[in-house]
Design a protein around this ligand. Structure first.
Ligand code: IVH
Length: 669
């Protein structure tokens, strides 16, 4: 085919494919078979391969493009993405309506009611009709640039009708069926499963490699945009639909708060039948001039509110109650349920927390119970349906000994939790090692519970520090282990050596030290030895750390086994000190490159200072470098900086820059 003919054909194919994408992903009304679609797509791909110069970034073939990113860029939103106020009852809702009516001096208000999709807020910017930038809400003012990932969301058009420059906002979500599939695949691969579709969606858009995101079919509903000349919010939504965006079909204009209440009640009953999760209803004043008149409080708009639904519940029967032994020895009774559908997923177990809870709720084996999803992966039992009792229910008796190791179970009088008293209990060891590897701790991506259990059973691992001395050969000896998987495991263990200090502190599994406490400690103590020496008094000086936590920390470091464990971690090369002010320092986002000899510092020292102040240090100069610091006899990096117009600092200027900041930096003078 001639080039000119090819060009025409390519354009025709793109238009066709875009139309079918829109029909399929946005309108849910496909017109052609998958085979017919694939044929069009293949033809386009073939032609674009033949004429690569004709490929354009908004071609349907270019959704997954480019290499994985190293990190996300920060973007500043043009107008902040505020959150909205919540109401939980009809009373509060009526109150909201009263404030709106008073603010506008009107007897009745026209509202728009929308489903509140439980996903992740994003902003999409189009320049001249082409998708140019997508970002997360972040803290509302700054978000992360996730353009490369949002391009893979098929319901997001890469180009829109007309050549407009617009920003739209919406909710990216993962439908229930995709959420279940994703979790099943993760379980298979021994990766941590997501607690709910929202977490799964958030994890998916925060992938550095767009191929990963593309493998998880995210979806979107767009719920707002700035369109000049339109007068009503509902008209904006209609216009967005015309431009090719996916707008939720269940949006309704309501005359007065009474109709809103009906809509809320209607969807509370119907929400379980939706293929995606909603956690409430958003109510917005329809008239845009009225919105502007009402304006904003410091936190949120006065013209909209969210009615939050209580969690979805299901009824099932407790077939039996067993106990689980956690990493701290905590014995948790777990209800084995007759499988039941709950908010899109099949539930077979629910936590009963502890013995006291069982007594308080009056739970017995064979009881009919209501269950709901808690913050955790495993749901909880809310209450017994006493009316369904037959008299055959049985009381649960807490075992006296650990079901795993047989040691005594002990519950201190003032505590709710009973514990296995043997710290070498295999269940505890396993729990500790697994905790150490999890995403929020040392984040060893390819090391999951099943692998840890194999490693412990085969005697390779007795504590988490042993993971670092594993060799690929060791791992290859495990059952059904392929070369590539073994390498991935080794790589992900190695990658964890340099995790931030607070992650290590959390990973240690010190009782009462959660993620937040670990961060507070890491802000205060510079390294693990300093912390290990600290007294309870000194620890209590840290904001939010009370005497109980302080005592638990002191006890942890006093125990001989733990001291040995920490020595092993150090020997393995695990980072046991802080290196940055968690992205909050005055040099946040700034990249430095050093060249030549420095008078005041060694190179690693200078780099460490930059990191402590929130910046980063790199070995090579690029356009993204902010400063090149030149010492004596600077090398080629100096030339490169000049060539690229990167700012060059002499050592003295660098010292001046860093000493401006609140951290005292020793200059050695
Ligand atoms: S309007 C960025 N409308 O609920 C604030 N929000 O605090 C936009 N959400 O995370 C508020 N569905 O992303 C609006 N139809 C809808 C929504 C919706 C879900 C999310 C939103 C934000 C939270 C509100």
């Amino acid at each position: 085919m001639e080039r000119a003919t090819a060009k025409k054909r390519i354009e025709k194919l793109r238009e066709e494919i875009r139309r079918h994408d829109h029909l399929y992903y946005v309108l849910d009304k496909p017109e052609i078979s998958d085979e017919a679609y694939d044929k069009l797509y293949k033809e386009l791909e073939t032609l674009e391969n033949k004429y690569p110069e004709l490929v354009s970034s908004d071609s349907p073939t270019q959704r997954i493009g480019g290499e994985p990113l190293k990190a996300f860029k920060t973007v500043t939103h043009k107008t902040p993405l505020l959150s909205i106020d919540n109401v939980n009852s009809q009373e509060d809702l009526v109150d909201f309506d009263r404030r709106v009516r008073e603010g506008l001096g009107k007897a009745k208000i026209e509202y728009v009611a929308e489903l509140k999709i439980d996903g992740l807020a994003v902003s999409l910017i189009y320049k001249k009709g082409k998708f140019a930038q997508g970002s997360t809400r972040g803290d509302g003012v700054h978000g992360e640039d996730i353009t490369h990932n949002l391009r893979t969301v098929k319901a997001i058009p890469l180009s829109i009708k007309g050549n407009e420059d617009i920003e739209v906002r919406g909710e990216v979500y993962l439908p229930y069926d995709e959420f279940v599939k994703l979790n099943e695949a993760r379980k298979e691969k021994d990766e941590a499963i997501f607690a709910n579709p929202r977490n799964a969606a958030a994890g998916s858009v925060r992938q550095l490699d767009p191929k990963e995101t593309a493998a998880r079919p995210l979806n979107i509903f767009v719920y707002t945009g700035v369109i000049p000349k339109l007068k009503k919010h509902y008209e904006v939504l209609e216009h967005l639909k015309k431009l090719g965006f996916k707008v939720n079909p269940n949006i309704k204009v309501c005359d007065g708060i009474g109709e809103i209440w009906k809509y809320i009640q209607h969807w509370e009953k119907k929400r379980e039948a939706l293929p995606y999760e909603i956690d409430g209803i958003v109510v917005k004043v329809n008239d845009l001039a009225a919105q502007a008149k009402l304006g904003y409080t410091a936190r949120a708009p006065r013209w909209e509110t969210a009615f939050k639904y209580p969690p979805i519940q299901a009824v099932s029967i407790i077939e039996d109650i067993s106990v689980q032994v956690g990493r701290t020895g905590a014995i948790t009774p777990v209800a084995q349920l007759k499988p039941v559908h709950l908010a899109g997923v099949m539930v077979k177990r629910a936590t009963l927390h502890n013995e006291g809870e069982i007594r308080r709720k009056g739970i017995k084996i064979k009881d009919h119970v209501k269950v709901q999803r808690a913050g955790e992966v495993i749901p909880e039992v809310v209450e017994v349906i006493k009316g369904k009792r037959t008299g055959h229910e049985k009381e649960f008796i807490m075992p006296k000994t650990c079901p795993v190791c047989g040691a005594k179970i002990f519950r201190p009088e003032d505590e709710a939790i009973a514990r296995c008293t043997n710290i070498s209990c295999p269940a505890q060891v396993m729990g500790r090692v697994i905790h150490f590897t999890t995403r929020e701790a040392m984040d060893m991506e390819h090391v999951g519970p099943a692998l840890v259990s194999q490693l412990i059973e085969n005697g390779y691992v007795k504590d988490a520090a042993d993971l670092y001395t594993l060799t690929k050969e060791d791992i290859m000896k495990l059952e059904r282990m392929a070369d590539k998987s073994a390498q991935n495991i080794i790589d992900s263990i190695k990658a964890s050596l340099d995790r931030p200090f607070d992650r290590l502190l959390y990973a240690l599994g010190i009782r009462l030290v959660g993620k937040r406490t670990a961060q507070l400690i890491a802000d205060y103590f510079h390294d693990i030895d300093e912390l290990a020496k600290a007294s309870a008094d000194e620890l209590s000086k840290i904001r939010e750390i009370g005497p109980k936590i302080a005592e638990s920390i002191v006890n942890f470091f006093r125990a001989k086994e733990n001291q040995g464990f920490i020595e092993k971690l150090k020997k393995a090369g695990v980072r046991v000190r802080g290196y940055e002010v968690r992205g909050m320092g005055p040099l946040k986002g700034k990249t430095f490159v050093f060249t030549g000899g420095l008078k005041h510092y060694t190179r690693p020292e200078a780099e460490e200072i930059v990191r402590k102040l929130g910046g980063s240090a790199s070995g090579s100069v690029s356009k993204r470098t902010d400063y090149v610091v030149a010492g004596t006899e600077p090398g080629s990096k100096y030339e490169k900086a000049k060539e690229l117009g990167v700012e060059i600092l002499m050592e003295d200027e660098f010292v001046k820059l860093i000493s401006k900041h609140k951290y005292r930096v020793e200059t050695g003078d």
